[in-house]
Design a protein around this ligand. Structure first.
Ligand SMILES: C[S@@+](CC[C@H](N)C(=O)[O-])C[C@H]1O[C@@H](n2cnc3c(N)ncnc32)[C@H](O)[C@@H]1O
Length: 250
């Protein structure tokens, strides 16, 4: 198996593939003012195994197109949706989020938790805007500095990892510059990282290693994730995922 295949295998049985929780999805949904008398068209970009897709399907009168690059994740989502009787509301689509063939103005709502970074925040805002109706909503979570200054070690790590990391004020300015106005913002709690994402991942390390006969590459995957968790624990007061809820104005 390649390193990417191992990473997919580590994540595919998890509820979430990034920081976030049912509570956060609900809080973001509460900030929207969506019409309740019509069936909404919703896209969930980078859905993974669909933790948030299922919440959206439970809480919205809508048809959700759940997009991800990896069929292994979509298969998990399809099985969950089937079990929960939500199959009619969710269509999974194996596609890259920057190579979509949706119609102009097709969606009332575009959702994306912990995934827009794959194509860059501002690039995503621009690319997805065409698919959203004027007056429709964008709800995205994006890694964000939560203080104005920070230790050099974490600043350098993130600048190398994802140079677009910024403060909420600058992310909101990017939204405004691209025709969206902010409806609400909050950042994820430390529990949304540790309890919902990192701890369940850590609980699977041992069986993951066994499944792959303690191979060197599987060991490297675990070591790399553990280093990411250690870094988070050391610097968790300086960054989080910001959840941005915005309306398309023009
Ligand atoms: C950090 S995970 C978040 C998954 C899920 N939204 C969640 O919060 O649990 C990022 C997701 O983006 C997907 N992804 C990465 N690059 C992508 C691309 N170019 N197009 C679509 N999905 C992509 C990954 O497969 C993964 O499921």
């Amino acid at each position: 198996m390649t390193e990417l295949e191992l990473i997919i295998d580590l994540h595919k049985n998890s509820e979430r593939q990034g920081p976030g929780s049912e509570k956060d999805t609900g809080r973001a949904l509460d900030l929207l003012n969506l019409p309740s008398d019509q069936t909404l068209k919703v896209a969930d970009m980078g859905c993974g195994t669909g933790g948030q897709t299922i919440s959206l399907a439970k809480n919205l009168n809508g048809q959700i197109t759940a997009v991800d690059l990896f069929p292994e994740f979509l298969k998990e989502l399809d099985e969950k949706a089937q079990k929960l009787g939500l199959k009619d509301k969710i269509l999974s689509l194996e596609r890259s989020m920057d190579d979509l063939s949706f119609e102009k103005d097709e969606f009332d709502l575009i959702w994306s938790e912990a995934a827009i970074y794959n194509i860059g925040f501002e690039n995503g805002l621009k690319k997805w805007k065409d698919y959203l109706k004027v007056g429709g909503y964008l709800a995205v979570s994006e890694v964000t500095w939560i203080t104005q200054s920070r230790p050099k070690e974490i600043e350098e790590f993130w600048k190398a990892e994802y140079p677009e990391i910024d403060t909420a004020a600058n992310k909101i300015m990017q939204l405004e510059n691209n025709g969206y106005s902010l409806v609400g913002y909050f950042y994820l709690s430390q529990d949304s990282w540790m309890e919902s994402y990192y701890k369940p991942m850590q609980a699977g390390f041992e069986t993951f290693l066994q499944r792959h006969n303690n191979s060197e590459l599987a060991g490297k995957v675990v070591k790399d994730y553990q280093a990411e968790i250690d870094l988070y624990q050391k610097f968790k007061d300086y960054y989080s995922y910001g959840f941005y809820i915005a309306r398309k104005d023009w």
